[in-house]
Design a protein around this ligand. Structure first.
Ligand code: WT7
Length: 630
């Protein structure tokens, strides 16, 4: 696939993609290997919604990630794995080896009875086997559901049960900096309530002692000895599901966002090549975890489709010290580096002294993703990491969009700090006002929608199409609603200002306030709680919980500890509130709705500008909350 080379080419490509989207995307799709081509490029309507790309086309994404490259790149490194401990051995896997490892593991899955359409849950550390197993699922047409290994047993069980997975892939333990965590124990606890799981395949990573249930648990290294390494690809329909990935919304339980084979493939490679301006021998590193969409699209699929060398990092940015990222960049001569603002801010706090030993001279492109990047972090990244020579690409997208939708193209689009700038070709964003009317022109602000389909967009929520319709396609008729607020400046550049719904973004992790409230409410002394986000210097947003308790004689400190542990058990450490305030009442309207707008302002310390409180059932609760802040 050819990439865009200049800004004028971007403009003409963009124009083409709007005037004739089908022709535009057909050209891109033609660069892949298809078992048989589509009979129609696109079918769509945003009411039901129903979106189909490359209708009737047959393919397998792993043939395009692996087999396709064997002729010219079989000895090229596909994956460089950098272990948690820099003293341990680095693993490099060529395309040929990866092809063989994926095929072997595909046969392991088959030997456990896995068939096309079955759902497989992956709950694993950032080791090469995670990427291998993800691709193995795709190779045999099984739908992967990767669950981030920081989630609790309960959260894991909820996701396994929702998707009715029949195999779980996990490891004995995982290393994260100085910490060692026993994943198998967590998996065991989860599986107590997961009847659908027939086999659990366990990778040996830490070697810690775990228990294995003879009728259900199998060692990875033993299983791969039992099968051969030839596995033909399963022929998939372009609109067969490729994966499910759970994400949080403003209400209730997490949603299984579903992506389909053909469109996802085309957009993953297209966006990867163009945004990062990937060139043949570049070393590319995205620091995300494969448990999130960034890892799916821009550690595994996008780079491998492009035949790139992609780095997988097992550890954390501060181990063994806060120079680890830069050490890895120098060691592997990274050209394209992609991380989250929260990591930049956290490392920025260590000062520039720590950067001294590193050259960082190989870097060309620096990416940012996951949350709005503040001006200070942008400038620090540009100056101290990019040495004012690298392009910063602030990439806006979502689990649901499958790929980057708004972003500069590296060294092609003029950047502007805090701005994601311009839509990629094929993407038609629009800004709408509270009544759903599109706001035309520049220097405007409102809610961000997308008014035309793109190949990697969400197709449905697993077994809950109605929810897909309600959440994304009902707020503004005929448009996909992102949940984000946005401004368009006088030059037509986009700046994403953050969520406008009850979703908070903590260190780039998306967390539904309702989920945290449900977690807190599991504590037996909690009567009611309300959770909001507040501005946090490193995490972007922190979690603030207002809690009403039953009468009790337990100390506040102990209660806070217990409640944090309850959330830890219900969801995982990422959802633990940063601040807890016990209150006697919550600001509610006469119809009983909590006015979060007020709670958000209080959490941010904006007491003077609380807006209209006259519709509150009991306006005095507001003063009482403010008065009792510790
Ligand atoms: C939400 C999606 C997309 C991969 C990681 C997060 C926020 C994401 C940006 C950005 C401002 C951003 C939005 C979005 N977000 N990237 N460059 N600038 N905000 O995926 O967990 O699905 O979260 O992250 O609020 O809606 P996700």
């Amino acid at each position: 696939m050819k990439k865009i080379e200049s800004f004028s080419e971007y403009q003409s490509e963009y124009q083409k993609s709007i005037e004739n989207p089908e022709l535009f995307w057909e050209e891109k799709a033609n660069t892949f290997n298809w078992v048989s081509k589509w009979n129609k490029v696109l079918n769509w309507e945003f009411q039901s919604p129903k979106v189909e790309w490359f209708v009737g086309g047959k393919l397998n994404i792993t043939e395009n990630c692996l087999d396709r490259h064997l002729k010219s790149k079989s000895n090229k490194i596909a994956i460089i794995w950098e272990p948690n401990n820099p003293k341990d051995e680095i693993i490099k896997i060529t395309y040929k080896e990866l092809h063989q490892k994926v095929s072997t593991f595909s046969n392991v899955l088959k030997s456990h009875g896995v068939r096309k359409g079955d759902r497989i849950c992956l709950y694993m550390p950032m080791v090469p086997e995670l990427a291998i197993a993800t691709l193995a699922c795709a190779r045999i047409g099984a739908v992967h559901s990767v669950v981030f290994a920081g989630f609790s047993a309960k959260a894991l069980a909820e996701r396994i049960n929702d998707a009715e997975c029949n195999v779980l892939l996990t490891s004995d333990g995982q290393y994260r900096g100085k910490k060692q965590l026993c994943l198998k124990n967590i998996a065991d606890e989860a599986l107590l309530s997961c009847d659908s799981i027939k086999s659990c395949i366990v990778l040996k990573r830490t070697g810690e002692k775990i228990s294995m249930r003879l009728d259900r648990d199998f060692w990875w290294h033993e299983e791969i000895q039992k099968v051969n390494s030839f596995c033909p690809v399963e022929v998939m329909d372009s609109e067969d599901p490729l994966f499910i990935l759970y994400t949080s919304g403003s209400t209730g339980k997490p949603k299984g966002v579903q992506h389909h084979c053909g469109g996802y493939m085309v957009y993953a490679e297209y966006s990867f090549r163009n945004v990062f301006q990937y060139e043949e021998n570049d070393i590319y590193w995205c620091t995300a975890d494969i448990g999130w969409i960034t890892g799916h699209s821009y550690i595994v699929y996008g780079p491998l489709l492009a035949g790139a060398t992609t780095i997988m990092f097992e550890g954390v940015p501060t181990y063994p010290n806060a120079g680890r990222f830069w050490d890895i960049c120098d060691k592997h001569q990274v050209n394209i580096f992609y991380t989250a603002p929260t990591a930049i801010r956290a490392l920025q706090a260590y000062g520039t002294e720590i950067l001294k030993p590193y050259s960082l001279g190989s870097l060309k492109t620096l990416g940012s993703v996951g949350e709005p990047i503040n001006e200070e972090a942008w400038q620090w990244y540009f100056k101290n990491i990019g040495k004012e020579k690298c392009a910063i690409v602030d990439t806006w997208w979502q689990t649901e969009t499958g790929g980057i939708l708004i972003s500069p193209l590296s060294h092609i689009t003029k950047t502007k700090p805090t701005y994601a700038t311009l839509p990629l070709p094929g993407i038609q964003p629009c800004i709408v006002d509270a009544d759903g009317c599109e706001i035309i022109g520049n220097d405007v602000q409102g809610n961000l929608c997308i008014k035309f389909p793109w190949p990697s967009m969400i197709r449905t929520i697993y077994r809950d199409h109605q929810r897909c319709k309600d959440v994304y396609f009902s707020t503004y008729k005929g448009k996909y609603f992102t949940g984000d607020g946005c401004r368009r400046d006088t030059d037509g550049l986009y700046r994403i200002t953050g969520r406008v719904d009850d979703v908070i973004n903590v260190s780039g992790h998306r967390i539904g306030t309702a989920e945290v409230e449900n977690g807190i409410n599991e504590h037996h002394l909690v009567i009611e709680s309300a959770v909001v986000g507040f501005t946090h210097p490193i995490k972007g947003q922190g979690i603030y919980a207002y809690i009403i308790l039953e009468k009790n004689s337990i100390s506040e400190d102990l209660l806070i500890k217990e409640i944090l542990e309850t959330v830890n058990i219900e969801i995982g450490p990422i959802a633990k509130p940063d601040k807890i305030q016990f209150v006697s009442g919550l600001p509610k309207t006469r119809s009983g709705k909590i006015m979060r707008r007020i709670l958000r302002k209080i959490a941010d310390g904006n007491f003077s500008d609380l807006g209209d409180t006259s519709t509150l059932l009991d306006p005095t609760v507001v003063n009482s909350i403010i008065y009792n802040i510790k």
